[in-house]
Design a protein around this ligand. Structure first.
Ligand SMILES: Cc1ncc(C[n+]2csc(CCOP(=O)(O)OP(=O)(O)O)c2C)c(N)n1
Ligand SMILES: [Mg+2]
Length: 327
């Protein structure tokens, strides 16, 4: 499935936005302006954009925790002002600033952005079952990392999804690491997607640094799932350029790599790769690329101003005590 010029433009714009938003989040965390944690997405921004840019608003999305799902969710169309306000602990946040980074966007069928690894598999089966019963062509984009596929519930979910031909895309963002453990230590096979074979589920491995390649396979999987062909497993080979989360030392993988390996990894930076592509195939001119970047920076300025000017989250005593069990 080859992409149209319009599709490439949309993907490129979302990629640039997601990358710049990540840099803003990193900066704000270092400035002490965010509550909770931040798990940077630098180097791994393309899979979320490729997977989610062409989802419909009423498709279910389980976003990956890296970047707190920002690449996924801005591509699906959430209002980023409420994303940043949430992370800044403000009343205008999507969950009124109560959540740090465990939040939701029910209007966009993002019912959980969660840091609990593997939490997504059981609900995704439920959403997939509901989508199949509704028969309106909705799909479930179920994103998670290589780390989550060691969990039993991932296997149960794949079994049920394939058995019942549910419209679920098992979208694995394999950056080769789970905090301090490498995927090589955790998985006996080179490709995590080979797990899908055991369930007779189609699987594809894609270069996760190439947003256009990811989008092509995602579009094909979404189309098949909408037609009722059942689940598909997509494995994106991607990277994590930074520490796991800001403040956590990186004891395996990242620090163990030699400077030369680091340099090699960074040669395949997704925004640079996409820029080379759109210039080479004349999808965009340099002037247009500069304008996209400028527009994204302006958008970020406005988003930050909104979050900074908003009221600090102050739950009332009544709210704090509601639903608290007291014997
Ligand atoms: C159930 C559970 N176990 C352990 C953790 C601690 N933890 C947070 S992120 C993470 C690694 C996740 O690795 P992966 O799924 O590959 O995503 P990545 O962070 O590499 O993008 C772990 C083990 C957790 N959050 N939840
Ligand atoms: Mg990982």
């Amino acid at each position: 499935m080859s992409l149209t010029k319009e599709q490439k433009l949309t993907l490129f714009t979302n990629l640039v936005r997601a990358d710049l938003y990540d840099k803003m989040m990193y900066r704000r965390m270092m400035q002490g302006k965010l509550i909770g944690f931040y798990h940077p997405i630098e180097g791994g921004v393309a899979p979320g954009v490729g997977a989610c840019t062409f989802l419909n608003k009423d498709d279910n999305l389980n976003p990956h925790h890296r970047g707190h799902g920002m690449a996924h969710m801005i591509s699906k169309g959430i209002d980023v002002r409420t994303f940043l306000a949430e992370h800044t602990g403000k009343e205008t946040g999507c969950c009124k600033g109560r959540s740090a980074f465990h939040f939701s966007y029910p209007d966009h069928k993002v019912y959980q952005m969660s840091g609990f690894i593997g939490h997504n598999f059981a609900p995704c089966v439920g959403w997939g079952y509901a989508a199949k019963r509704r028969a309106q062509g909705q799909v479930v984009m179920n994103c998670s990392g290589d780390g989550s596929y060691g969990q039993g519930r991932a296997h149960e979910a794949m079994l049920m999804a394939q058995n019942w031909k549910l419209p679920i895309i098992f979208f694995c963002e394999n950056n080769g690491m789970s905090i301090f453990s490498t995927a090589k230590e955790m998985h006996p096979t080179e490709n995590i997607s080979s797990l899908a074979q055991g369930f007779g589920m189609p699987a594809v491995v894609v270069d996760g640094q190439d947003v256009f390649a990811v989008a092509e396979v995602a579009l094909a999987a979404i189309a098949d799932a909408r037609k009722g062909k059942g689940p598909v497993f997509i494995e994106c080979k991607t990277e994590r350029f930074t520490e796991h989360d800001i403040g956590t030392p990186d004891l395996a993988g990242w620090e163990d790599r030699t400077p030369a390996q680091h340099e090699d990894m960074r040669k395949r930076e997704p925004v640079n790769l996409a820029t080379e592509r759109v210039l080479a195939d004349k999808t965009l001119t340099q002037a247009r690329i500069d304008a996209i970047r400028e527009a994204a920076l302006k958008e970020i300025e406005e988003v930050e101003a909104f979050a900074d000017a908003s009221e600090i989250a102050r739950p009332s005593e009544e709210e704090l005590l509601a639903n608290v069990f007291a014997p």
